[in-house]
Design a protein around this ligand. Structure first.
Ligand code: MN
Length: 485
């Protein structure tokens, strides 16, 4: 449990929070028209007559958007509803040329599910999913070109959205942050949404209320709209909870309302009193038939599912011997997980994980490059680990070889071969060096034999140095002990 408790004068308060997340569906064309969804096109380049709300234009459902939403539903352990219905949500705004949004209301495509989140104290929590419905996105209003006019870009109008609604299960901003990161990981694994909050392809609304600890009532909530980063969502929730506690503690009341988060000052402010569902006059869209799915269609999608992060994480622990922490880091995104699996194939997975999370990630950070740009391939990292486990080189030499790989991108076997870095495991050769060191340092030998046993480290160092770092350290230790008695 990581509940956020707010101390008041009269009592302690707890936070109650639920989320609605709009995720742009990855698809080539829009959800009800053939226009492109490409991000970054010229203004109003991707607008069909349907998207522009021209009279008489009829929407046609894009099957790919349905498939993507079902995939997401399965990824969130949710029920796929075989029967769902598109409705019109009526409201007037300039970025909505039809005068209504096609969405799902009474019968959503996806029903209840859950997402497991990992918290900092090592505990887990399950967050309930209420539903996922699919709908069209609006256009974009541009207010900062002219002081007197608003400009409209309809490229986004009609792009498919999945609206993911959670249950009010969050009790702290930390849980909200963990959930959003987990959700982003899952949709990215699935390839159903790119999860970029700063580009607006994942947008979060948070409903916040507070109540005295121990009570089970649900008080009126404030809905904070369209916050565009995980950090800001967390800040907005913390601010809003404190604001509400202050009002209650001073004898005031909270009314249901919609608020905006101002990221420059870190505060939420009043936007409008909240509208209720009946304000939108929802009714089934007469231009679209109900969506009735066949079992076969759903089964086919289930069979195409990729391995999800939770399952991967478990497998990394159970089959590959990683710690839960290592497994969680290496499964955070699919690319990293797949890179690791490639590198670990046929080698000591735990050692590969250590190299990856240590020197390898440090290298990427230092060079400010992505995994895909890495000069070291997964195969070559696996080979490097193998050279150590099979005693061809020692750990110290491996660090040097790694540095050369980072510069040249070369195969470590080739580097070791060409530069003569193989470790010396020939007893005779090591003994010869040891004899020389012992012979030329009689004082230290006497001191060691007289009880200064920590001189052993010094002897090992000398032998390693004389072998140019290539002697097998375990053998050096053993032989030295034998010879010094
Ligand atoms: Mn919506």
């Amino acid at each position: 449990m990581t509940a956020m408790i707010l101390k008041g004068k009269t009592c302690d308060w707890e936070l109650i929070c639920g989320l609605e997340i709009h995720c742009q569906i990855i698809s080539k064309s829009k959800i009800f028209s053939g226009a492109s969804t490409h991000y970054g096109s010229d203004v109003n380049e991707n607008v069909s007559f349907v998207d522009a709300g021209m009279p008489g234009m009829l929407p046609t459902l894009n099957e790919e958007c349905v498939r993507q939403a079902i995939k997401t539903g399965i990824g969130l352990n949710a029920k796929v509803n075989k029967h769902s219905v598109f409705s019109r949500k009526n409201y007037f705004y300039a970025d909505l040329p039809q005068g209504y949004q096609i969405t799902q209301f009474e019968y959503p495509l996806i029903g209840e599910g859950f997402v497991k989140i990992n918290l900092e104290d090592g505990s887990n929590k399950s967050i309930g999913i209420e539903r996922i419905h699919i709908e069209q996105d609006t256009g974009k209003s541009i207010h900062d070109i002219s002081p007197t006019k608003t400009f409209l870009d309809f490229n986004r109008a009609g792009v498919g959205l999945m609206e993911i609604v959670t249950k009010p299960d969050f009790r702290s901003s930390e849980e909200v942050g963990a959930f959003l990161r987990k959700l982003r990981t899952i949709v990215r694994y699935l390839g159903t949404c790119d999860g970029n909050m700063d580009e607006g392809s994942m947008r979060c609304d948070a409903s916040v209320s507070v109540r005295p600890v121990g009570s089970s009532e649900l008080r009126p909530r404030a809905e904070i709209k369209n916050v565009n980063s995980v950090k800001f969502v967390m800040q907005a929730i913390e601010f809003e909870a404190k604001r509400q506690v202050d009002i209650y503690e001073n004898g005031g009341e909270i009314e249901q309302q919609t608020r905006l988060f101002d990221q420059t000052i870190g505060e939420t402010r009043f936007m409008r009193s909240k509208e209720f569902a009946h304000d939108y006059r929802y009714f089934p869209d007469p231009d679209l038939l109900p969506l009735d799915l066949e079992d076969e269609f759903i089964e086919k999608i289930k069979n195409e599912m990729v391995e999800l992060p939770d399952v991967k994480q478990e497998r990394f622990v159970e089959e590959m011997g990683l710690t839960p922490y290592d497994a969680s880091v290496l499964t955070e995104d699919r690319e990293t997980a797949e890179w690791f699996e490639k590198a670990a194939r046929g080698h000591d997975a735990k050692k590969v994980a250590n190299w990856m999370m240590g020197d390898f990630f440090a290298l990427l950070n230092e060079k400010k490059i992505s995994l895909a740009e890495s000069p070291i391939t997964p195969d070559n990292l696996g080979k490097l680990v193998e050279l150590v486990t099979s005693n061809v080189i020692n750990g110290k030499t491996a660090k040097d070889v790694f540095a050369i790989m980072a510069e040249t991108g070369d195969n470590p076997e080739k580097i070791v071969e060409e530069r003569g870095l193989k470790q010396v495991t020939d007893t005779g050769a090591i003994e010869k060096i040891i004899d020389e060191i012992i012979g030329s340092n009689p004082d230290n030998v006497t001191a060691y034999k007289g009880g200064k046993v920590n001189l052993m480290g010094w002897f090992v160092g000398q032998v390693m140095k004389a072998s140019q770092g290539k002697a097998n350290p375990a053998m050096v230790n053993k032989l030295l002990k034998d010879k010094l008695g």
